[in-house]
Write a protein that binds this ligand. Structure first.
Ligand SMILES: *[C@@H]1O[C@H](CO)[C@@H](O)[C@H](O)[C@H]1NC(C)=O
Ligand SMILES: *[C@@H]1O[C@H](CO)[C@@H](O)[C@H](O)[C@H]1NC(C)=O
Ligand SMILES: *[C@@H]1O[C@H](CO)[C@@H](O)[C@H](O)[C@H]1NC(C)=O
Ligand SMILES: [Ca+2]
Length: 519
């Protein structure tokens, strides 16, 4: 399982199984020779160049095991490397160096529990004429098992793999083009959003601009929320539990949520602009004593819904994690956290990172004691919930984050919380100077959903080649010209467009469209 399961649309180019080194098209001999020379000319700290190949386009790049393959979209030089980040950890990475290069580096994040080199994103970045660098996050496979008894592998996952991408990426760019990148960027979503947040906190010199979408920040508490959702649904034996809500039932709940809350924003359009204004009342779905005709929910299921739509609190009444955002119920991604299986992420985190064991059934009595353990261990400093962005701000870094308001995987409330934490920590009522959070009504996790979810944030979301419609171009304008994005225009799958506002501004219907108004 991944946070962003199947969300990143593949480029629709399919040209059979071209080999990764050569195909029948003519190639630029000079570019090829220059590329090939990297195999012997590079001498980088702790790093071995595994392979170098010049790729005419389109070339198919086959991924390992469960990872996603891709097709290149511009001619480029591909460098595969591994870096020993410590005596007991190694990071696999690739740098894609397009023939037509605009002087910029784009480092990429991972998804899910990492373990894959993000090929689609490498293809996307290089198609925008960035030199692109990505890595497996320090381990292979979408599982935490490699982290067991390997604190350095955990460090790679928590914060170091992206730093290695920055260091090695800049070196390889310098060697290939004869000059280092003028500006360096980072782009990631979900786990990648968390990694980008760590980059700003721990290595503020690495990037001039960062895009961190739907970030898995406050990671320990997110894992606890996953665990508690499983418990609410009746884990470990959810299927036979009266508390369990079958996946099919969420379509009915989705309708009732919209029935109660769609109109609050002034338009009945299937989108809840501000889920925090929606006090969804699941009792409306209760089975009455006599009526059996319409679909209805017995009291234990309504009780489950009450818990899901409430924030998660700790032992002393402190807020641990914000609630599920009403509005995401109809998303195919509901299967991630609501299948009734005990959350694989919460389970692996508890076993392999916190307790350091393999043979323990986490699901039996998961609860508050697990929260205490998660907080106490905080392995690798994985939490990623720190308001001190001063070093990144002071060197002129620009940070863009975005979050779907109908995200059933990582509730958008966490991004508001981090904004407010930074605001308090730095004593800045508004972070506009260097940090902007765009809230995206109707978008689920990272890229999809019924809302205007496409704004160039990832492969498959390209619309107009303009900074008003592309969050990556908007960041480049901000970093390189000082033109900050006040709002971003997203496009829905039916072509409808909508302006997305930056927190804490509000998205307000004026009778014909949504506009951004000061809070
Ligand atoms: C190289 O390895 C050493 C020792 O393992 C480590 O301290 C250093 O940070 C590494 N450098 C890079 C660029 O990974
Ligand atoms: C598991 O290992 C980590 C170090 O990797 C350590 O911080 C933690 O305390 C260990 N957990 C237990 C329960 O001993
Ligand atoms: C996007 O537009 C800019 C000029 O505004 C141009 O330099 C660039 O090549 C265009 N990119 C693509 C992918 O068409
Ligand atoms: Ca609405």
């Amino acid at each position: 399982m991944e946070f962003a399961v199947g969300l990143v649309a593949k480029l629709l180019l399919t040209f059979g199984s071209l080999n990764s080194t050569w195909n029948a098209q003519p190639t630029d001999d000079l570019a090829h020779a220059k590329c090939f020379s990297l195999k012997t000319s590079l001498n980088l700290e702790n790093t071995t160049i595994l392979d170098v190949s010049y790729l005419p386009f389109p070339s198919k790049i086959a991924a390992k095991e469960t990872c996603e393959s891709t097709t290149t979209s511009v001619p480029l030089c591909r460098v595969q490397f591994h870096t020993h980040s410590s005596d007991t950890s190694v990071i696999h990475g690739e740098v894609w160096l397009p023939d037509e290069w605009y002087g910029r580096l784009m480092a990429l994040g991972n998804r899910g529990l990492a373990g894959c080199i993000p090929y689609d994103e490498l293809s996307y970045g290089s198609s925008l004429h960035f030199a692109a660098v990505g890595s497996n996050g320090g381990h292979d496979g979408d599982t935490f098992l490699p982290l067991l008894h390997h604190p350095e592998v955990l460090n790679d996952f928590s914060y170091r793999s992206v730093h290695v991408e920055a260091v090695i990426g800049k070196e390889i760019v310098g060697a290939y083009y004869g000059r280092r990148p003028e500006k360096s960027y980072y782009v990631g979503c979900s786990q990648g959003g968390r990694q980008g947040t760590q980059a700003a906190l721990k290595f503020p010199e690495d990037f001039d601009g960062i895009i961190a979408g739907a970030p898995a920040t406050d990671f320990n508490h997110l894992m606890h929320w996953f665990g508690m959702l499983s418990r609410y649904l009746g884990a470990p034996n959810a299927a036979s539990s009266p508390s369990y809500i079958p996946l099919d039932s969420w379509k009915i709940i989705a309708k009732e949520v919209l029935n109660q809350c769609d109109g609050i924003d002034g338009v009945v359009d299937g989108i809840i602009t501000e889920p925090d204004a929606c006090n969804f009342r699941p009792e409306a779905l209760l089975c009455s004593a006599d009526a059996t005709e319409k679909p209805c929910f017995p009291p234990p299921q309504v009780e489950t819904l009450k818990k899901i739509y409430s924030p998660l609190y700790g032992l002393d009444g402190e807020l641990v994690y914000p609630r599920y955002d009403p509005g995401g119920e109809d998303s195919p991604l509901m299967s991630f956290g609501f299948s009734g299986e005990f959350s694989a992420y919460a389970e692996q985190m508890m076993k392999y990172v916190v307790l350091n064991v393999t043979d323990y059934d986490v699901s039996q009595d998961y609860g508050l004691k697990n929260l205490v353990l998660l907080d106490n261990v905080n392995g690798g400093g994985i939490s990623t919930f720190d308001g001190d962005f001063s070093a990144f701000r002071d060197r002129g870094g620009k940070f863009i984050t975005y979050h779907g308001r109908a995200d059933p995987v990582i509730p958008s409330g966490i991004s508001k919380r981090l904004y407010d934490l930074i605001s308090r920590t730095l004593g800045m009522p508004s972070l506009d100077l260097f940090y902007r959070l765009f809230l995206v009504p109707g978008m689920d996790h990272c890229t999809s959903g019924v809302g205007a979810a496409r704004f160039g944030q990832a492969p498959g979301t390209e619309t107009l080649n303009a900074s008003s419609h592309s969050i990556i171009l908007a960041l480049v304008d901000w970093v390189e010209q000082g033109i900050a994005p006040d709002a971003i225009t997203g496009t829905a799958s039916d072509g409808a467009m909508r302006l997305h506002c930056r927190y804490p501004e509000k998205s307000v219907w004026d009778g014909s469209s949504f506009n951004c108004k000061a809070a």
